[in-house]
Ligand binder design. Structure first.
Ligand code: 3PG
Length: 305
């Protein structure tokens, strides 16, 4: 069996070593395609492989067409909006993610960026503290739960809303359940987004939604670019000089948020999950899932029907 690891944004070396060890033990061959710059490189690399491990790399119908022997794609991470699920199903290819494996890394970055923001991006001026502030977590999945755990350590008052998770489950985790998304934005000083990019969530974080936040509100986005109505948020930030936006979304070449100096921060690339630990956890889980799928037909983490 040939397994391609195709990562435009490479894993840490130790993660690659771990993936190789898992595949070697099964007698599979690992092929590595890192830091590719053109789709053609990916199309060539997939030609003879049985399985692919990716991160945010795009797997569309063209890639699936080019991968004649492909049986499984594992997205080493949480969000699988970069894979055309319908096309994969049509090509009889199983798609999986590795839920939870990189969640702590993303959650820690939320607080790294938050302390930076409330201390005025370390400009030397008096800032504020997280203790006692109300933090709203939008979607209470693996990342949201890790954010809640860390927020409690900071002494924050933690709220969450999740359209797919009952209030009782949120409260069982020691977090206050907001009745709905609007209430979360109205109540909290800081809102951290952990929703996937779906047809329902796209552009849902818009002018009206964020505009409900109290004076000095901070929006944190370690989810996806697509969930933000960027034009709406830019309009709001132009009108309200108190709102801050911090994110790990890679900025556009012509980044319109950059004009909000002192109120906007973005990492240069999507890097919430960019830790040795997250790479290792997610990469090894992906390799194990491939072996278990091919040898035993285990489809536990399958995300396409
Ligand atoms: C995820 O969906 O798992 C995160 O956004 C991490 O994505 P990455 O693997 O491209 O860093």
């Amino acid at each position: 069996m040939k397994v391609l690891v195709a990562t435009e944004k490479p894993f840490a070396k130790v993660a690659i070593d771990g993936i190789k060890k898992e595949l070697d033990a099964a007698g599979y061959e690992m092929i590595l395609l890192e830091k590719y710059t053109e789709k053609k490189q990916l199309l060539d690399a997939v030609a003879n492989v049985d399985a692919i491990i990716i991160r945010s790399d795009k797997v569309d119908a063209e890639v699936l067409d080019a991968a004649k022997n492909l049986k499984i794609v594992v997205r080493a991470g949480a969000g699988f909006d970069n894979v055309d699920l319908a096309a994969a199903t049509a090509h009889n290819v199983c798609v999986m993610n590795t839920p939870g494996q990189n969640a702590n890394a993303v959650a820690e970055l939320v607080f790294g960026m938050l302390v930076y923001a409330v201390r005025n991006f370390y400009n030397g001026k008096s800032g504020s503290e997280l203790m006692g502030k109300k933090l709203g977590i939008l979607a209470f999945g693996n990342v949201g739960r890790n954010v809640a755990r860390i927020a409690k350590g900071f002494g924050m008052e933690v709220y969450a809303y999740d359209a797919f998770c009952p209030a009782s489950a949120i409260e069982a985790a020691g977090v206050k359940a907001a009745a709905n998304q609007n209430e979360l934005f109205k109540t909290c000083d800081i809102v951290s987004l952990h929703i996937p990019a779906t047809a329902e969530t796209k552009n849902s974080i818009n002018y009206e939604m964020v505009g409900q936040m109290k004076k000095g509100g901070i929006l944190v986005n370690t989810a996806r670019k697509e969930v933000i109505d960027e034009a709406g948020l830019i309009k709001l930030m132009a009108e309200r000089e108190d709102i801050k936006y911090i994110t790990d979304i890679m900025p556009d070449a012509n980044d319109e948020f950059a004009k909000f100096e002192g109120r906007y921060f973005s990492t240069p690339k999507k890097m919430g999950a960019q830790t040795t630990e997250a790479n290792t956890n997610a990469g090894i889980a992906a390799a194990k899932q491939i072996v278990d799928f091919i040898q035993n037909g285990n489809e536990k983490f399958r995300v396409n029907k």
